[in-house]
Design a binder for this molecule. Structure first.
Ligand code: CAA
Length: 240
């Protein structure tokens, strides 16, 4: 039987590449999305990957959304917590709403989704959870106290849950991408972005597929001894 995977934020950006990579590895993928119905429909038409709309920051919506995926595809074996947003501003300009929204979606989303699938994975004796952190959660980033805190929280969340899942065949790992050529990064002012690229030893932005292949690696059936780890994929920008 094909493994069933949920990828949050799975119809665009890095998430889209992750959905495709898991599908290429023979999984039955459900791509969650929050906003753009038209893009999600186009993605399903093109790839055959089913898309499901809910806000990962909404606890109850996650429980309902996962129930629907399980009714359609079967029990969830693999969860990729990829959905994330930025609300960049320096501390002086950052509002509480900008802080709260990023914490709610980026970090709260990991809890909400893991809560929805963890008990079942544990009962069945198999699970793969991969949380997408960030280089900016490891190193910090000017203008991102909200995002850096949430992503840093993801790394702690990963190590704690990995300890709870280990005995039950459930691995929990994180990936810390550097700057990847997605819409999120292209929103960074171009003069700032040029300075960032100049600090990447590989000399370029990463590609979404370069993150996706590391997710597939961690989600493989024979990956049972890798848990609680953070895999940095950042072109050498931050060596941790
Ligand atoms: N270090 C030190 N000083 C910096 C700085 C830095 N990295 N970036 C900006 N500054 C300074 C500027 O030089 C400027 O100083 P002066 O006033 O003395 O000239 C001051 O801070 C204000 O800078 P801005 O004019 O840029 O201020 P702003 O309010 O218009 O914008 C900002 C601030 C929103 C933080 C903007 O600089 C920005 O968007 N920076 C990029 C943040 C970033 O990297 N986000 C990553 C998004 S992608 C992502 O998050 C994915 C991932 O996981 C990697």
């Amino acid at each position: 039987m094909a493994r069933v995977a949920i990828v949050t934020g799975g119809s665009r950006g890095i998430g889209q590449s992750i959905s495709l990579a898991l599908q290429a590895h023979g999984m039955n993928v459900a791509a969650n999305y929050a906003g753009n119905d038209e893009k999600a429909r186009a993605f399903t038409d093109k790839t055959g990957i089913k898309t499901y709309k809910w806000d990962v920051g909404d606890h109850w919506a996650c429980l309902e959304g996962v129930k629907q995926v399980e009714a359609d595809l079967g029990p969830v074996d693999v969860l990729v917590n990829n959905a994330g947003i930025t609300r960049d501003a320096t501390m002086l300009k950052m509002t509480f709403e900008m802080w709260d929204e990023v914490m709610r979606v980026n970090l709260g989303g990991c809890f909400n989704m893991a809560k929805a699938v963890f008990a079942g994975m544990r009962e069945r004796g198999f699970g793969r959870i991969v949380n997408i952190g960030s280089i900016n959660g490891q190193a910090g980033q000017y203008g991102q106290v909200n995002y850096a805190a949430a992503k840093s929280g993801i790394h702690g969340f990963t190590k704690a849950l990995a300890q709870e899942g280990a005995k039950f065949g459930v691995t929990v790992n994180a990936i810390a991408p550097g700057y990847i050529d997605t819409e999120m990064v292209s929103a960074v002012p171009s003069d700032v972005l040029q300075k960032i690229i100049a600090r990447i030893p590989v000399g370029r932005l990463g590609h979404a597929e370069e993150i996706a292949r590391t997710v597939a690696f961690l989600c493989a059936d024979d990956g049972g001894f890798i848990t609680g780890s953070t895999l940095s994929v950042n072109g050498g920008q931050h060596m941790y």
